[in-house]
Design a protein around this ligand. Structure first.
Ligand code: SAM
Length: 280
């Protein structure tokens, strides 16, 4: 059985609490996932436990200090970092797992990178946009470490130095600015973990998700057949699977064209698809 180890370094450990609920909590209980949360202030060296300082060159805000982040990421990579192990919020819980961090496996390595190094994800609005394709790739990892920035972010040398011990990716979850990286970690971790085999009951449910085939997913309906004067589309009662599949494909194409037309530039379209889109 595959197992993913997540380590999160943050100044707000309590922000990561949602990772132990619902399907992620179940994954922890099943031994598919384990999560360690590490308080960055544990590596602060002064009496005030400060983790930030004024920016060189002036300007507003504070920047997170390299002397605090460097040793924290060293210890997490070595598996020696003190921290809290998240236990599942579900009933009938097993004891917290303490997983062996050694023997980390590949994943897509950028040229010149050692594929045996753990993956370090650094959330930042200045990073590469996080996509479903990344989630699919990173669901194959064995050890992912997240570095949560706050204030104006982390001294850039931390990212450069971490490349000695990690495969490092700076990632953005969208074109807006959050207060800190913790919420971005929740987003990225959830998107990754649900793709690990065994986490979702029905494998098809993520294979048919939006983005999996390059398109947005069309609408879904359940009982009752008629609700507040609104009827479920007739074709869904036809019992004709080919017809239902075609209808779903058409809905996905039309929604994608209306909401995210740029996705159609890279989606694989056949003649029937092009006809629905009026692109013959
Ligand atoms: N000065 C930074 C900039 O303009 O690029 C913004 C720093 S932001 C206020 C503080 C932290 O929030 C960042 O270090 C990062 O961890 C997180 N963050 C904010 N927006 C994000 C986004 N869109 N994606 C990922 N992380 C984000």
């Amino acid at each position: 059985m595959r197992h993913l180890r997540l380590d999160v370094v943050t100044i707000f450990p309590e922000y990561l609490e949602p990772l132990r609920h619902a399907l992620l909590g179940k994954a922890i209980e099943q031994g598919i996932l384990s999560v360690g949360v590490h308080d960055l202030r544990g590596w602060a060296t002064d009496v005030h436990k400060s983790v930030d300082d004024t920016p060189y060159g002036g300007g507003p805000g504070m920047v997170m200090k390299p002397e605090v982040w460097g040793p924290a990421l060293d210890d997490v990579a070595a598996g020696t970092a003190p921290g809290q192990e998240l236990t599942t919020s579900l009933p009938h819980v097993d004891k917290p797992r303490h997983d062996d961090l050694a023997g980390v496996d590949g994943g897509a390595a950028e040229s010149g990178e050692d594929p045996d190094l753990p993956l370090l994800l650094v959330p930042t609005p200045a990073g590469t946009p996080f996509t479903q394709a990344d989630a699919q790739e990173w669901a194959k990892e064995e050890h992912i470490v997240f570095a949560c920035g706050r204030y104006e972010g982390i001294d850039q040398r931390v990212v450069a130095d971490a490349a000695n011990r990690y495969r490092v990716r700076e990632v953005s979850i969208g074109d807006y600015v959050l207060i800190g990286g913790e919420v971005a970690v929740l987003v990225i971790a959830e998107a990754i973990v649900r793709l690990i085999p065994g986490v979702l009951g029905n494998r098809r449910s993520h294979e048919e998700d939006s983005f999996s085939d390059g398109l947005l997913e069309g609408p879904s309906y359940t009982k009752p057949r008629s609700w507040r004067g609104l009827d479920v589309p007739e074709v869904l009662f036809s019992g004709n699977h080919a017809k239902v599949d075609r209808w779903r494909r058409d809905q996905a194409l039309l929604r994608t064209q209306a909401v995210r037309p740029e996705l159609l530039d890279t989606a694989v379209l056949d003649a029937a698809d092009r006809k629905v889109l009026g692109r013959e």
